[in-house]
Design a protein around this ligand. Structure first.
Ligand code: PMP
Length: 353
């Protein structure tokens, strides 16, 4: 606390990102980054954009990138909103669409940034409990609300909802905005982008951080009706019109255009994930059905925090959430085959020495 902080700053309970320790070299399986480098075309494009034009502001409308993203999804450029990572897109969406007079709905176990944004914007939140198997109970979202946010697949549970199951929710909440956060959709799911022209209240949020290996570039987007995209632009242009810099614009365009590279790396991650899940089950772990670039696991006999600490000792970082309902679980990002071999070897030594 400081006398210099505003009442707003003093009231905040900020998000705590996964640790990035620098004391030694770790195998990093704790922040859901992609283990493979971005497409070589991305690096070329960024180098080419590192020129004297950097003295000029970037295009505040992100016109070219909007067109490339729109084409990719069969939408119009004015149905695309771009931001500095999907975290920023989500923050603008909370500000643009959620009604403070009514509770915002999200799951009790989900991406913890939603709670932070709700508090930041003075929104009440009602938490919808995941079912016993940690599945997202879509029917329970049909109650009075000022907006809904659901990640698909959910984080940290990794479980996917078939996209057509969202239709009923979107119809029943036609007067509210429903955000579907698709940070992990490219690892085996089908995007709700195909619902955007049917439902003016759906906002689909995606990122280049995971499936395009560009967490360091900070580019995310929302797809929605023109009405929703206009709302997001109102917020952005009241805050910082230039959220994406020239280098990031160039890199993002190259990333989306290199479809073959993206398909290849996503397929590699998925194959490794399925093999790791099978191996973990064979040594007694419960593994949720993951369609993301991470697995969510628990062992009936061994304490999750103990596994987390022992792995850390051995130079392997995974994510442990000291949180009700999931304190017996670990979230493990899928790394390269070599990294996962090292992880499995260490885990076998801990649970079945
Ligand atoms: N949504 C979910 C569910 C996430 O797990 C993350 C990454 N931590 C994000 C959004 C934000 O990703 P980024 O800001 O890197 O696009």
């Amino acid at each position: 606390m400081s006398k210099f902080w505003s009442p707003l700053a003093a009231s905040l309970v900020p998000y705590v990102p996964g640790e990035q320790p620098k004391d030694k070299k770790y195998i990093k399986l704790n922040t859901n980054e992609n283990p493979y480098p971005p497409s070589p075309n991305v690096l070329e494009a960024i180098k080419a954009a590192a020129n004297e034009d950097l003295r000029l502001y970037p295009d505040p409308t992100c016109g070219e990138l909007s067109s490339v993203v729109a084409d990719y999804f069969g939408l119009k450029p004015n149905q695309v909103f771009l931001g500095n990572g999907s975290d920023e897109v989500l923050s603008f969406a909370f500000a643009a669409f959620f009604d403070p007079a009514k509770p915002v709905l999200f799951a009790d176990i989900t991406y913890s940034f939603y709670k932070v944004y709700a508090e930041f914007y003075g929104l009440k939140a009602d938490l919808i409990p995941l079912d016993e198997q940690l599945r997202m109970p879509l029917a329970l979202f049909n109650r009075e609300n000022g907006g809904i946010v659901i990640p698909n697949p959910n984080a940290p549970t990794a479980m996917l909802i078939p996209v057509d199951e969202f239709r009923a929710l979107l119809e029943q909440n036609a007067d509210q905005v429903v955000i579907i956060d698709e940070a992990y959709i490219d690892f085996g799911g089908e995007s709700a982008a195909k619902l955007v022209n049917d439902y003016p209240n759906v906002l689909v949020v995606q990122t280049l951080s995971k499936s395009r290996s560009l967490a360091g570039l900070r580019v995310g987007w929302a797809l929605g009706s023109e009405e929703l995209i206009d709302g997001l632009n109102r917020v952005k242009n009241s805050f910082n019109s230039y959220t994406i810099d020239r280098l990031a614009l160039a890199g993002a365009i190259a990333a989306i255009k290199d479809e073959a590279y993206f398909q290849e790396t996503a397929a590699k991650v998925n194959a490794t994930r399925d093999a790791v899940a099978a191996e973990l089950k064979s040594i007694g772990f419960h593994v949720t059905d993951s369609k993301a670039n991470f697995v969510f696991i628990s062992h009936p006999n061994v304490d999750a925090e103990a596994i987390f600490l022992q792995l850390r000792e051995q130079g392997i970082l995974v994510r442990y959430f000291k949180q009700p309902r999931i304190d017996r679980f670990l979230r493990v990002t899928i790394g390269t085959d070599e990294e996962m071999e090292a992880f499995l070897k260490a885990v076998r030594g801990i649970v079945a020495p």
